[in-house]
Design a protein around this ligand. Structure first.
Ligand SMILES: C[S@@+](CC[C@H](N)C(=O)[O-])C[C@H]1O[C@@H](n2cnc3c(N)ncnc32)[C@H](O)[C@@H]1O
Length: 258
């Protein structure tokens, strides 16, 4: 299991230098992000195409829906090595990805060449460009994040949706056998599988988190684990998100891997 070595000298010196809780939280977030990057790097390095090359069931359902609704350009946050990208591309859509693991991006490039743009970085750093996408498909990523990060991801995705665009998220549910296993972190969030932190959704928490983001349907899809396919449409009216989930405008400077 990859472990991030927390440097206590760094923690103490930063605490002394900055001397504020806010900055300590920033340091904590950076260490968490580095740990997650190492986790996924190691997973893709050792297991390569660990979920095979076929698209997930939810990707097929989403692609069909996007085709019927005239979606032309799709953003896939947490694209991995791109197994879910092909079905959208084969249906004539342009796909752009965001991915934290360089190894996964390298594998995707072997499949798609320079024809698929993947931004290298964490979704917590969104936005990576100024595009408005008319479809967003986010598979099995949001449940890896903490509450603030989930709120920010939902808002950032919503901000990058074109008017009348659709964003679909898949997430693990409390019906999964693994719910409640591992180390308890906070309500419905547990650490397991050698370092992954998972938040298990139910319909109430989906309503709470996506209710203001154009939520119109919650479908159940079995993908080895019981998943929800959360469907949102961008409304015309301005949406006020909860305080604390505010997001910055794209300022450039992220690394792009093609
Ligand atoms: C459960 S996997 C799903 C991968 C892909 N969607 C698929 O099904 O083939 C989660 C993916 O999100 C990526 N990931 C995890 N945390 C991330 C983050 N904060 N920002 C961007 N990508 C992240 C992982 O490297 C991994 O590729």
């Amino acid at each position: 299991m990859p472990m991030h070595k927390i440097n206590s000298d760094e923690v103490i010196s930063t605490a002394g230098k900055w001397g504020s809780i806010r900055n300590l939280r920033r340091l904590h977030l950076r260490l968490t992000q580095e740990t997650m990057t190492e986790f996924w790097e190691e997973a893709f390095r050792s297991k390569q195409e660990m979920w095979g090359s076929s698209p997930a069931k939810s990707a097929i359902l989403t692609s069909d829906f996007f085709v019927s609704n005239g979606v032309k350009n799709v953003l896939i946050p947490g694209i991995g090595y791109g197994r879910n990208a092909k079905i959208f591309r084969d249906s004539g859509m342009t796909v752009t990805g965001i991915e934290i693991s360089e190894t996964a991006i390298r594998i995707a490039t072997q499949h798609f060449g320079n024809d698929l743009t993947i931004y290298h970085g964490s979704v917590t750093e969104m936005p990576f460009d100024n595009e408005q996408y008319d479809g967003i498909f986010c598979y099995a990523l949001i449940h890896l994040l903490d509450k603030d990060e989930r709120a920010k991801l939902i808002q950032d995705c919503y901000n990058q949706l074109a008017e009348n665009g659709y964003m679909f998220f898949t997430t693990i549910t409390k019906e999964a056998k693994t719910y409640g296993q591992g180390t308890y972190i906070s309500k419905d969030r547990f650490e397991m599988f050698g370092g992954v932190k998972l938040f298990f959704y139910d319909k109430e928490t989906i309503q709470e988190e996506f209710g203001k983001a154009g939520l119109f349907e919650i479908a159940e899809v079995n993908e080895n684990f019981p998943f929800y396919l959360i469907k949102c449409k961008k409304a015309r009216q301005k949406v006020e998100f909860a305080p604390g989930s505010s997001s910055k405008a794209f300022a450039g400077g992220h690394e792009t891997v093609r």
